[in-house]
Ligand binder design. Structure first.
Ligand SMILES: Nc1nc2c(c(=O)[nH]1)N[C@H]1C(S)=C(S)[C@@H](COP(=O)(O)O)O[C@H]1N2
Ligand SMILES: [Mo]
Length: 481
């Protein structure tokens, strides 16, 4: 359990009014309610509670959602996928035509580059994902290699520019991306099915890219165009965003774009999905989780109860495909009474070892520090296990308003063009970070006059400054099949 989730759990467990709910959730074998934790009402950002990520395949209705802005979902009957650029025969395919081409499947992990952002220290701006912006699914569609062969790829093509049907509000730059052609023709799929069902609208229907081993920003949803080009795509979402330090620096010191490389492969990472919170001395505690990497497989998952001095291997599940996750299971012998902290790390099939701390970067990408669980060893232990993180509100309830204050009206008007107030409520930023964010957002169309800016920044800094511990994902998104 991450520190944030543990805090949530403790807040839940200690809140008297919620005690009956907590007891119900903690009853051994109780599956608990199944729902996503919504971090942003619009554009929708919702993560999966870790206790629901215990299966090899993540069910579609529990799969995390991350969209930059409200989708414009294509009408499947009118939809076409255009393939053009450096090709001899440009194509325009209907969904029926796409489905007539040879089928290909892959079971692999989709993880948002920002998963685990809330664990970066010092805090960074953005949707404060816990550890659940990740899932493993079976994707089916057509190999990109086959499509490009049909289109007659020219040797001048080096990069594949990708576009979806969604468009940003205001002056926000479009989410345009590109992928190196070597990767595109290796194992990328244009997928129209997810876990055997038609690709759900929130996940990119009628078709999306599946880029095994690479972070979610490459997995274009609501795909409309693939264009083979000699050069990579340019613009904010290539040149500024989705970049990761070439070499680690001092935490809190922003990197220049040229000191970073584009985010491509995922980093090796193990996550705990279930662990007891108490155990009797002499008993055996079972911990479970998943592990994945940008490498095709995980070689080892190890746990330590002495802060990394000694490690013992977990048992890896046999279910596996290249770039899917490995479920793991570990039995820990509870010895002395007291509080024990177990940490977990994974090693991938290329020998990369998960680090104790993630590499700090100003966007909080690819956070992969050791996960941990704390077990209280006591004669009085019952068989409680870690329940789901959050929520503290009933499904369907409205997000709370922003706190009263001089700048509230400005925040209500200017910030919520692109995202709900939830995103403000979860930040923990310094005045400097708020100032930089407001400058960026003004460039993107947020209407903040020069006289309003200082009042807005003071308001945000007062309520959502570093040290803001008030945020919890409060809104539960009911699951619809
Ligand atoms: N068209 C489009 N595709 C997109 C996005 C988007 O905002 N628009 N978000 C990307 C990001 S950042 C991620 S992490 C994944 C999330 O996919 P999911 O919502 O199916 O989990 O979609 C990617 N594809
Ligand atoms: Mo993402």
């Amino acid at each position: 359990m991450s520190p944030m989730q543990r805090r949530d759990f403790l807040a839940l467990a200690l809140g008297g009014a919620f005690a009956p709910t907590v007891l119900r959730l903690l009853r051994p074998g109780s599956p608990g309610p199944k729902r996503l934790l919504q971090l942003n009402a619009y554009a929708l950002d919702a993560e999966t509670p870790l206790d629901l990520l215990g299966d090899y395949l993540t069910p579609n209705e529990l799969f995390f959602v991350r969209s930059h802005w409200p989708p414009r979902m294509p009408d499947p009957a009118a939809w076409r996928l255009v393939i053009d650029g450096e090709v001899a025969n440009p194509l325009s395919l209907s969904l029926a035509e796409l489905k007539r081409l040879p089928r290909a499947s892959a079971t692999c992990v989709l993880q948002c580059a920002g998963n685990g952002r809330s664990l970066q220290s010092p805090a960074v701006p953005g949707v404060q994902w816990g550890s659940g912006a990740v899932g493993n699914a079976r994707w089916t569609g057509v190999k990109l290699r086959d499509l490009l062969a049909r289109a007659g790829l020219k040797p001048s093509a080096r990069h594949l520019h990708t576009e979806g049907s969604d468009a940003p509000p205001g002056k926000v730059p479009a989410f345009r991306r590109s992928i190196e052609l070597d990767k595109a023709v290796d194992d990328v799929i244009v997928a129209y099915e997810m876990n055997g069902a038609p690709l759900p609208p929130l996940h990119g229907a009628p078709a999306r890219l599946v880029v095994p081993g690479w972070a979610g920003d490459h997995w274009m949803k609501w795909l409309t165009r693939l264009s083979a080009q000699p050069e990579p795509q340019t613009g904010f979402y290539m040149d500024m965003a989705y970049r990761y330090p070439k070499t680690p620096g001092a935490p809190g010191v922003a990197f220049k774009p040229e000191d970073m490389n584009p985010v491509t492969e995922l980093l090796v990472k193990a996550t705990i999905t279930s662990a007891p919170i108490m155990a009797k001395p002499g008993s055996t505690a079972v911990l479970r989780g998943f592990a994945f990497s940008g490498a095709p497989d995980i070689a080892r998952v190890e746990l330590s109860d002495d802060d990394g001095a000694t490690w013992r291997s977990a048992v890896l599940d046999s279910s596996h495909q290249p770039h899917s996750w490995r479920l793991w299971r570990y039995e820990w012998k509870a010895a002395r009474p007291g509080s024990a902290k177990l940490v977990v790390r994974a090693t991938d099939s290329r020998g990369a070892v998960q680090p104790r701390l993630p590499v700090w970067n100003q966007s909080g990408y690819l956070s992969n520090g050791w996960d941990s669980a704390t077990i209280d060893v006591s004669e009085r232990a019952t068989s409680a296990s870690n329940g789901p993180a959050g929520p503290t509100a009933e499904p369907g309830s409205k997000p709370p308003a922003l706190p009263e204050g001089e700048g509230k009206a400005i925040a209500d008007r200017a910030c919520q063009l692109c995202h709900s107030g939830d995103v403000l409520r979860q930040q923990r930023l310094t005045e400097r970070q708020w100032t930089a964010s407001i400058t960026k957002m003004k460039g993107w169309g947020a209407e903040v006059s020069d006289s309003e800016a200082p009042r807005l920044i003071a308001y945000l800094q007062e309520h959502f400054g570093s040290g803001n511990e008030s945020y919890r994902p409060l809104i539960v998104r009911p699951v619809r099949k």
